[in-house]
Design a protein around this ligand. Structure first.
Ligand SMILES: [Zn+2]
Length: 141
């Protein structure tokens, strides 16, 4: 389980990375706000513009999920939620349940795998799954 100071460090890292991902995606939130402001100014076209804005928002969301940074943003949001809702569970490896190394969490705060299992998973996907590394070799907790 993370110490209080480690938890706040991870929270800060997640928020930093989230902001960075948002910046590189290109300020979708701000774009939506602009569109909303314009919708408010243009009387007489309210309904049409509101429909348009909703449609735009859906497209933005789809575009977001289709991009690497968009998915990272989603993963970061999800990690923040885990950190707030289940702080005692945060930072435990999905495979072995051990505490993920703090040094690793500082670099990839949204990770759900310890270094050992992240490497095993990467190798499995790169080398088209070595049968010796297949599931079923899980260590007892
Ligand atoms: Zn693990």
């Amino acid at each position: 389980m993370l110490q209080e100071n480690e938890r706040s460090l991870i929270e800060k890292r997640l928020l930093d990375e989230r902001k960075r991902a948002q910046d590189s995606i290109g300020h979708f939130d701000e774009l939506s706000d602009e569109l909303r402001d314009r919708t408010g100014e243009l009387s007489g076209m309210d309904q049409h513009m509101a429909d348009y804005a909703t449609e735009q928002h859906e497209q933005e969301k789809q575009f977001l999920m289709a991009s690497v940074e968009g998915r990272r943003l989603y993963a970061l949001d999800e990690a923040l939620e885990r950190l707030y809702k289940e702080p005692e569970q945060f930072g435990l490896c999905d495979v072995c349940g051990k505490q993920i190394e703090m040094a690793r969490l500082e670099v990839i705060p949204e990770t759900r795998l310890c270094a050992e299992h992240a490497i095993a998973r990467d190798e499995a996907s790169d080398a088209d799954a070595d049968p010796r590394e297949a599931d079923g070799t899980a260590h007892p907790a």
